[in-house]
Design a protein around this ligand. Sequence first.
Ligand SMILES: Nc1ncnc2c1ncn2[C@@H]1O[C@H](COP(=O)(O)OP(=O)(O)OP(=O)(O)O)[C@@H](O)[C@H]1O
Length: 232
Amino acid sequence: MSLEIKNLSGGYGKLTVLKDISFTVSDGTLTALVGLNGSGKSTTINHIIGLLQPKQGSIVLNNLLLDQEPVAYKSQLAYIPEQPIVYEELTLKEHLELTIAAYHLDEKVAWQRAEKLLNIFRLNDKLTWFPTHFSKGMRQKVMIVMAFITDAKLFIIDEPFLGLDVIAVNDLLKLIDSRKKEGTSFLLTTHVLDTIADHADQFVYLKDGQVAAAGAASEFTKLVPELAVSKE
Ligand SMILES: Nc1ncnc2c1ncn2[C@@H]1O[C@H](COP(=O)(O)OP(=O)(O)OP(=O)(O)O)[C@@H](O)[C@H]1O
């Protein structure tokens, strides 16, 4: 079991947004965290990555609790936020060096991975560029490359396809599928299941901070007809 969320209640200060959320993400699977605007997807992620403290419940990642073993917990996790977080004063190469240092990666292995990824996302000739010269999609690709050079066991990707062109979306889906085969698990947030329907194993549908439905991705349309209808 990669990620286990049990009876999680949480939110911001006195405001409780999440109410008694439970779900698991098993090794080598992709879970889609689905919900409309304001349903609590980002708040759930903010708890998993440790930006917010649960009011109740627990979050366990590969038997590690964030508050007990924060360094080991975070080294298991790669997070790609919806809004890319890049350092304006660092080149693309320096961003990758930072990731290699932060995750204590083997430099040779990491740069071999990076080379392939940079080629896929057409960033291979941009290692000396600063983020100021990158488009939004390119910034997002930098975040993807940084995440995929790590050995993280769980990838959390917030709205992965916003801002990516169709080729990049396909390339990202291929990368996800191949890492899933190696046992890596994925938690992706999305408003609709569309793009990842064929790649997701299970879904968790959040509504007003609660799990309104959950199950196999193939059952989504049956179990959540309200979102299927809203697509038409
Ligand atoms: N920093 C914050 N402080 C207080 N309340 C917040 C904060 N961020 C989000 N909320 C509230 O938490 C609730 C859930 O928001 P959240 O961002 O988790 O939803 P979401 O499902 O990620 O939405 P979206 O699809 O629009 O990104 C909303 O009612 C929102 O107003």
